[in-house]
Design a protein around this ligand. Structure first.
Ligand SMILES: Cc1cc2nc3c(=O)[nH]c(=O)nc-3n(C[C@H](O)[C@H](O)[C@H](O)COP(=O)(O)OP(=O)(O)OC[C@H]3O[C@@H](n4cnc5c(N)ncnc54)[C@H](O)[C@@H]3O)c2cc1C
Length: 427
């Protein structure tokens, strides 16, 4: 089975980078070259300090090079639920952070002139898969209207969802205009190219094998090199199990495989009936399915029955699911199939914080980090400059390693099977 992403097949070239050999000094060494690491480097460089990135694989090898490119201000946890648990101010703070995250991505693209990221802010449709879920969307729309006085997300009828998506299976939805899609790998490569042009040092195929303190310095050891820095940022997210050096972060996360398929180019008459308004769409199932049109193809993604590796069965399940949403696509071939690791947290929220006075991190985007990781990069830039940053529920204060992680992670994946069952029986 060929597993290649549509993004890898259509991306601009990556800047030519080497692996680290020998000794380097810098202000902040960043482990991981995804959006979190790259955007943190951008802000650190802007402030006149010297960042340096070490990446275990290729540039944006992790989720940043493989995701669906959906840009949205949403979290996995709804705002009414956040308000019920943590109060109005905290829920509002999260609402504004979600929107600020989208702003920071748009700003990054405009500031660096990243046309190749192909940002299209066409809006996001959350499509209800049953009446119960529709009630949840309505509660969110009501909350936004009541608590923010605005209409950043509005309810749309089943007929409107049908017109906007071309699918008849949804019973209504929530439209969020401040959302859209990008070419995710080009976004990462574009930021990296800009950093490269500004002389920021980045090394690929250079896993951080060990991180240690030597007096006032942080030492990061790679197979053939060594970096001495004042501070370190861990930006390894769902890929934090590659070496022991990031074990403490890995134990805070539950990595989950998420997969995507892309159809062959569709004829104009078929394409005209699918997402004609250029929105992106995700449904309300616990094991979310989402889709968008990219060029003349539909890409369709989902989480669920995926093990540690890619499997024929998992992709076939996804293709069947696509056929349920768009029966017309059952006759078309799949040209690309790929997957990557999403980093789940026990509270379904991302977190950023410090491990000690010189070690920082931002991880746990729960499958929604395209915009949020860009915002976190900005926060890491501020945090490493000694500025106070109020992350509210996303702070690292109570974000600790999961006790008995080795046993709980498989347990949570098993529980996902139960969640899928609930989806199937319509609960
Ligand atoms: C299939 C899929 C679809 C998704 N779709 C969407 C979407 O449509 N919208 C959305 O908002 N979010 C989506 N996401 C989530 C989003 O992609 C992530 O939240 C985001 O990319 C996280 O960026 P990051 O930089 O924190 O981590 P990553 O991009 O995962 O980068 C981590 C990097 O750290 C490197 N690394 C790990 N250990 C070491 C080490 N020891 N030394 C050096 N380097 C190391 C890894 O090689 C990797 O490149 C999706 C994720 C997946 C997997």
């Amino acid at each position: 089975m060929t597993v290649q992403s549509l993004w890898a097949a259509t991306a601009q070239p990556s800047p030519a980078l080497q692996s680290l050999e020998g000794e380097r000094q810098c202000d902040v060494v960043i482990i991981g070259a995804g959006y979190t690491g790259l955007t943190a480097a951008h802000h650190i460089a802007l402030s006149g300090r010297e960042p340096l990135i070490v990446e275990a694989n290729t540039l944006a090898f992790g989720a940043s090079g493989r995701n669906g490119g959906v840009v949205s201000p949403k979290f996995r946890v709804g705002f009414p639920g956040l308000m019920a648990r943590f109060g109005r101010d905290t829920a509002l703070q999260m609402y504004h952070a979600g929107h600020a995250a989208v702003d920071s991505l748009v700003d990054m693209i405009e500031t660096l002139g990243l046309d190749q990221a192909r940002l299209h802010m066409g809006g996001h449709i959350a499509a209800a898969h049953n009446v119960h879920a529709l009630g949840g969307l309505q509660a969110t729309a009501n909350w936004i209207k009541r608590e923010t006085g605005g209409a950043s997300s509005v309810m749309i009828s089943a007929d409107q969802v049908r017109e906007m998506t071309g699918s008849t299976i949804f019973c209504g939805g929530l439209l969020t205009p401040k959302a859209g899609g990008i070419h995710p790998l080009n976004y990462a490569r574009g930021i990296a190219q800009s950093l490269h042009d500004r002389g920021v040092k980045m090394y690929i195929n250079s896993p951080a094998e060990q991180v240690r303190r030597e007096g006032e310095r942080i030492i990061v050891q790679t197979p053939q090199g060594r970096v001495s820095a004042r501070q370190v940022i861990y930006a390894t997210n769902g890929y934090s199990d590659q070496t022991r050096a990031t074990d403490t972060l890995h134990r805070r996360l539950i990595p989950f495989r998420s997969a995507i398929i892309a159809t062959e180019p569709l004829p104009a008459h078929v394409l005209a009936g699918i997402m004609p308004g250029g929105q992106v769409c995700g449904d309300t199932k616990r094991m979310l399915r989402w889709f968008r049109v990219v060029g003349d193809r539909l890409i369709f993604g989902g989480r669920g029955a995926f093990g540690k590796n890619d499997s024929h069965n998992a992709f076939r399940t996804l293709q069947r699911s696509m056929g349920d949403v768009f029966p017309v696509l059952r006759d078309y071939k799949i040209d690309f199939r790929w997957s990557g690791l999403v980093a789940m947290t026990l509270d379904y929220l991302p977190h950023a914080g410090q491990l000690d006075d010189r070690s920082f991190y931002a991880i746990g985007y729960n499958g929604g980090g395209v915009a949020m990781s860009t915002w976190m990069g900005r926060q890491l830039g501020a945090m490493t400059a000694g500025k106070k940053v109020d992350l509210g529920l996303m702070s690292g204060e109570k974000f600790k390693p999961i006790p008995l992680h080795a046993f709980r992670a498989p347990g949570v994946r098993l529980a996902a099977g139960w969640q899928q069952f609930l989806d199937v029986i319509g609960r």
